[in-house]
Every structure is written in C-alpha cells, then in structure tokens.
Design a protein around this ligand. Structure first.
Ligand code: AMP
Ligand code: ZN
Length: 141
C-alpha cells in the first residue's frame, strides 16, 4: 500500500534491521528498542489491523511467532521473559497502520515496559458475565 512505512520496509524502499523473512512475513528490529532485541513481525500483505486478517493469513503469520521468539531467546540467553503485543486502533496505542506483532524480550522488572491489568475479579455479576460471553459468542462465525 502506498505511503505505508512498513510496506516500504518490506519492499526494501527504506532500510530496516531485518531478522527474518519468508514468503508471508517480514521481521525486523523496532527502531525504538524498548528492550534489546525488540522485534516487529509483519505480514507482507498489507492489512491494517487484526480486523482485516483472513483466517489463513493469520494462521501463517502467527505460526511464525514461536520460531522468531526462540531465535531471540537463543540470541540473548540472559532474557528472562518475552511479551508479545499487538495493538489495534489508535486508542489501543497503534501508531503504524500496517498490522504488526511486537516481541519484547524482558531482562528486568526495571525496564521501560509495563502492562497493568489490575485485579477486576468480581466486577460483573454472574448474569452480566454470561450476557457478555453470549454477546461475543453470538458473533463468532
Ligand atoms: P505501534 O505503536 O504498536 O503501532 O508500533 C509501531 C512501532 O513501529 C513503534 O514501536 C515504532 O517504534 C516502530 N517503527 C516506526 N517506524 C519504524 C521504522 N522505520 N523502523 C522500525 N520500526 C519503526
Ligand atoms: Zn503496509
């Protein structure tokens, strides 16, 4: 897609620190290394976000994640964890609208990365939980 920075990276029109490539995906270092080895995995086909994936493309792209995760772990054995993140839409912190999966190795609790879920157990009643589950269930195709 025109004017898509990640399409340009995939097409070698702008440089990147490539770590893996095959017919379906391109993986490269995030220019802003939250931690050492922070890698982005992108489908070569332009899809803006998770809502645009066909099942087959998702299967192929997400199937590559363990291979790349294992490579990062082997490259940096001092790593003690790995967060996998995929932001969708601006509210959820997506800033590049070519879908990508962040692999963020974790070395220390003091690195500049955090996810805070909090504990919301009990927020909804049993009936409300059932209604929420049903609302989604009815839409799964
Ligand atoms: P997100 O905020 O989830 O959309 O993530 C987009 C990521 O793309 C950010 O972490 C940026 O640092 C990264 N990024 C933007 N431009 C480039 C680039 N030219 N090369 C590598 N990473 C980039
Ligand atoms: Zn693109």
């Amino acid at each position: 897609m025109e004017n898509c920075i990640f399409c340009k990276i995939i097409n070698q029109e702008i440089p990147s620190y490539r770590v893996y490539e095959d017919e379906k995906v391109y993986a490269f270092l995030d220019i802003s290394q939250v931690t050492k080895g922070h890698t982005l995995v992108v489908p070569k086909e332009h899809v803006a976000d998770i809502f645009e994936y066909e099942e087959d493309l998702a299967a192929k792209v997400f199937a590559r994640i363990p291979k790349i995760a294992k490579a990062i772990e082997k490259a940096f054995p001092e790593m003690e964890g790995l967060n996998i993140m995929n932001n969708n839409k601006e509210l959820a912190y997506q800033s590049v609208f070519h879908s990508h999966i962040h692999l963020i190795p974790r070395y220390s609790k003091k690195d500049d990365f955090s996810i805070h879920f909090g504990d919301h157990t009990g927020k909804y009643s049993t009936e409300e939980m059932t209604a929420i589950a049903n609302a989604i269930k009815e839409q799964v195709k």
